[in-house]
Design a binder for this molecule. Structure first.
Ligand code: XMP
Length: 520
């Protein structure tokens, strides 16, 4: 999408580099994050950015061999904004001084304008309340001597050079993190920088849609494309965008592994085949999957069994599509960014996630990934742009292995059936009470215990279930949703009355961490 005005973010490994990209996208500015190791003068010329942001990072510029920006960057006449480590890199490379340690400052701090400084340019509109600005700090080192040409615009008790600028070169460098929410005016500061650098905000979904369609047509030509459809937002938007670009050259494959929610398979088929008129192979392979899973209780074995079968089955149907050369996938930007990792070794596998990673190589297919540049909420926006109903776009995430991982202990057909019914009642309750959109994800897990109850005059000995509902921004951390006792009581009564096989309902109040969202 090179036609857009582009901002280059050089990533020095901060935990929040992605948030810089989020803020920019919110301001309709296209950006690319590149790890500092991969950025050379040639790379910068190739990307041809209108401006550059240097991210924060965990290293210390005082350490020998610590990360730097290419020195040539500072001679290219581009506006540059350095954040935290990015500021220190600028000072160090441009002739100032940074001192290590003893100046740590984490969390909220207040910046006040430096004496006698006129607040104009990119600082216009800041410090308006009581003459000070709340910012978020997270640093160990600090600048102790400015590089030639820079002046101090704002200071904080622990960072005398909290905001610095060399207006003549449009170089700005701040000690705090303007990209995080705890710097309330951070976005305004970034916006001022962008406008001054000449960004007009040309990154809109309508423009993206047009260009994506053009790019897909160029890439695919007259060849056939296969797209795996899960019913989730990413694969659905991918399919609809491709359909718009290449129509009949697209065939979608939807594998029903028998672990979907109530009526879900029918809904997906109706939506794509009937509403959008997309060529769709709907494969009911539930017997195969459930047959392989029956009696399995180990969570990782469940996940691996499903993942392997899925690839086999998908391949079988894809082979039937004559002349297919491409596989379309709903890969998103966060999966693509090669963020700088300072942690060293591979991180611990908490759960092996279900995906079709190995599929393209195995089948000799080339990839079409039209969402590679988008974040999740941008995908939703694109979905709206493409006419997907809000009710569909706003759906809670649903994991690839489906109900298998909401059925701790042995999987049986009976338990899956009970789970489906209980889940449907629970979600109905949440919708009726108008809570669906406030919750990131909600579901029922059927527990591998039977408990004694009394209904009517008889004894029951049925399953217990757990309700789960969490709030989250990205699924990485989560908190349980604070339902009222009335809601929980009413829901428990409905589930026990309406779902044969359950006689006890519990509510899971574990946050993530230490829990995970799913039970397995
Ligand atoms: P956990 O349970 O790890 O889940 O806290 C975080 C989010 O990821 C979803 N999830 C999956 N999604 N394939 C997926 O596509 C998987 O194997 C998978 N496992 C968990 C989960 O539903 C939650 O939204």
């Amino acid at each position: 999408m090179a036609q857009h005005q582009t901002l280059l973010i050089i990533d020095f490994g901060s935990q929040v580099t992605q948030l810089i990209a989020r803020r920019l996208r919110e301001l309709n500015v296209y950006c690319e994050i590149r790890p500092y190791q991969s950025v050379t003068e040639e790379v910068i010329r190739e990307i041809a950015p209108l401006a550059v942001i240097l991210s924060g990072g965990p290293d210390s510029v005082t350490r020998e061999g610590s990360p730097r920006a290419p020195q040539a960057l500072f001679e290219m006449g581009l506006p540059i904004f350095g954040i935290c480590y990015g500021q220190q890199v600028m000072m160090e490379q441009l002739g100032g001084k940074v001192e290590a340690g003893h100046h740590a400052e984490y969390g909220r701090a207040y910046v006040t304008p430096a004496e006698g400084h006129k607040l104009d340019g990119i600082f216009a509109g800041l410090f308006l309340n009581d003459g000070r600005e709340q910012v978020w700090m997270s640093h160990g080192d600090r600048v102790t001597q400015l590089a030639p040409g820079f002046e101090v615009i704002g200071t904080s008790p622990n960072a005398p050079y909290a905001i610095t600028a060399d207006e003549s070169r449009q170089f700005y460098a701040v000690q705090f993190h303007p990209e995080v929410h705890h710097t309330p005016n951070g976005k305004a500061l970034i916006e001022n920088f962008l406008r001054k650098a000449g960004f007009t905000g040309d990154w809109t979904m309508a423009a993206y849609r047009e260009e994506a369609i053009k790019t897909i047509r160029e890439q695919v030509g007259d060849k056939q494309v296969i797209c795996g459809l899960s019913g989730g937002v990413d694969s659905s938007v991918t399919a609809i965008l491709l359909h718009e670009a290449i129509g009949e050259q697209l065939t979608c494959v939807f594998v029903d592994h028998g672990l979907l929610r109530q009526d879900e398979a029918e809904q997906v088929v109706a939506m794509f085949r009937d509403n959008y008129n997309i060529k769709l192979i709907a494969a009911d392979e539930s017997d195969l999957f459930i047959g392989a899973l029956e009696g399995v209780s180990d969570p990782e074995v469940k996940r691996k069994t499903i993942g392997k079968l899925f690839i086999d089955v998908f391949q079988k149907y894809a082979n039937e599509i004559e002349g297919a050369e491409f596989l379309a996938q709903g890969t998103l930007y966060p999966d693509v960014i090669e963020s700088v990792s300072f942690s060293g070794g591979p991180s611990v596998t908490i759960k092996s996630h279900h995906n079709v990673g190995g599929l393209p190589e195995k089948m000799g297919l080339k990839l079409v990934e039209p969402l590679r540049e988008l974040f999740k909420d941008e995908v939703r926006e694109l979905g709206r742009e493409l006419g997907l109903p809000d009710s569909f776009i706003g759906r809670h995430p649903f994991p690839g292995p489906g109900l298998a991982i909401r059925c701790p202990g042995e999987i049986t057909r009976e338990k899956l059936e009970i789970l489906r019914k209980a889940d449907a009642v629970y979600i109905d309750q949440i919708r009726k009470h108008g809570l669906y959109d406030e919750i990131w994800q909600a579901f029922v897990a059927i527990l591998p215990v039977r408990t004694v109850g009394v209904m009517g005059d008889g004894r029951t000995y049925d399953y217990a279930c757990a309700l789960r509902a969490v709030t989250s921004v990205d699924g990485m951390t989560a908190d349980y949703y604070p339902f009222t006792h009335d809601f929980l009581g009413e829901t428990a009564t409905r589930i026990i009355n309406e779902v044969k096989g359950i006689n006890r309902v519990t509510y899971d109040i574990t946050s993530k961490p230490p829990g995970t969202i799913e039970w397995e």
